[in-house]
Design a binder for this molecule. Structure first.
Ligand code: SAM
Ligand code: DTB
Ligand code: SF4
Length: 343
């Protein structure tokens, strides 16, 4: 029987065994789990907007927006509410059902909270699911955002616990987990994933998925980004990760997070159509749409329509996205070591 109940007792070894299985075995299992939990051929569409670009105090080695590196990006002030609403309307007209507002901040300041809350309420009033990613939050800030109508908070763990300090030195893994816990307490859905291609090894990709699997409930969305190399950052010259490795990571996520949206996130601009198709065939069921991510390009509507049409995939309906976005009741299934797994 394919896995339907989310499990939080995965061991690193379980995840490594999936990750390293022959690709046909792995994708076969991923598709069995997908078929048991999701309608075939449906893709959820989120759209990003950078509402506060550049000048960030953190030193994330992959990021165009860190003030620590000279990436040639011009820092901008927080975008006015009207511009955010106009962009949200455009995103909806383009087929997005979730609008994710990204701010290049280490943490949300109380003085900015009312402005972000107003953006959340206004975007929600346009009939879109709302998502914010604005760095670390305090407990009461998470509550205020929930009250404003926030559906999702994006806060990635990015890589394994061990590799994290190689990539960023200005905050810790525990800092990330604390913000995630505050969002959960406030009743906000979580969007938590990571990046492949930062010089990490496979063990770090397995470690990341293991850390995510311990979150209870699982994040409702798991974005898997392929590094978009940014000139001027410490990771700007990183060799690209292979598309098969991306497909493996997505397939493992599909199995480990049976009820979560698994997003083929950043990096599609550097992929062929076949590469993206492989990733969607491996079990991913969500993408970022629109021709921009935060500071870099994304394929855009025409190319995405061609890809999805060729695959016979279509947009997940509002009902389908809303059902999956409801936080699952925490389910704990304890499996004895050596007991046959149900996937
Ligand atoms: N400042 C907030 C934070 O760090 O959570 C929000 C914005 S940040 C740009 C959101 C996420 O985008 C990062 O955690 C990372 O996973 C992803 N990201 C940033 N730059 C990227 C890049 N060059 N390539 C791939 N993913 C990237
Ligand atoms: C996520 O996991 N990926 C998005 C979103 N969450 C915020 C960001 C991707 C950024 C890619 C590089 C850029 O455009 O600056
Ligand atoms: Fe700042 Fe987020 Fe970029 Fe890190 S990833 S430098 S926190 S904007």
């Amino acid at each position: 029987m394919p896995q339907t109940d989310p499990r939080h007792d995965w061991t690193r070894e379980d995840i490594a065994a999936l990750y390293e299985a022959p690709l046909d075995t792995l994708i076969g299992q991923a598709l069995a789990v997908k078929a048991a939990n999701w309608a075939d051929g449906k893709v959820q569409k989120s759209q990003l907007l950078s509402i506060k670009t550049g000048g960030c105090a953190e030193d994330c080695g992959y990021c165009a927006q860190s003030a620590h590196f000279d990436t040639g990006l011009k820092a901008e002030k927080l975008m006015p509410l009207d511009d955010v609403v106009a962009a949200a309307r455009e995103a909806k007209a383009g087929g997005a059902d979730r609008f994710c507002m990204g701010a290049a901040w280490r943490s949300l300041k109380d003085r900015d909270l009312p402005k972000i809350a107003a953006m959340v309420s206004a975007v929600k009033a346009e009939g879109l699911e709302t998502c914010v990613t604005a760095g670390m939050l305090e407990q009461d800030q998470a509550k205020a955002l929930k009250e404003a109508g926030l559906d999702y908070y994006n806060h990635n763990l990015d890589t394994s616990r061990e590799y994290y300090s190689t990539v960023v030195s200005t905050r810790t893994y525990e800092d990330r987990l604390e913000t995630l816990a505050y969002c959960r307490e406030a009743g906000i859905n979580l969007c938590v994933g990571g990046i492949l291609g930062m010089g990490e090894g496979r063990e770090d990709r397995i470690g990341l998925i293991h850390e995510l699997s311990k979150l209870d409930p699982h994040p409702e969305s798991v974005p898997v980004n392929m590094l978009v190399p940014i000139e001027g950052t410490p990771l700007g010259d990183s060799p690209p990760v292979s598309i098969v490795e991306m497909a493996r990571a997505l397939a493992v996520c599909r199995i480990v997070f049976p009820k979560s949206w698994i997003r083929l996130a950043a990096g599609r601009e550097a992929m062929t159509e076949e590469g993206q198709a492989l990733c969607l065939l491996a079990g991913a069921n969500s993408i970022f749409v629109g021709d921009r991510l935060l500071t870099t390009d994304n394929p855009g509507e025409t190319r995405d329509e061609a890809l999805l049409k060729a695959m016979g995939f279509e947009h997940a309906s509002k009902e389908e996205t809303a059902t999956a976005a409801t936080p699952a009741t925490p389910v704990r299934r304890h499996t004895l070591i050596g007991e046959p797994q149900s996937v």
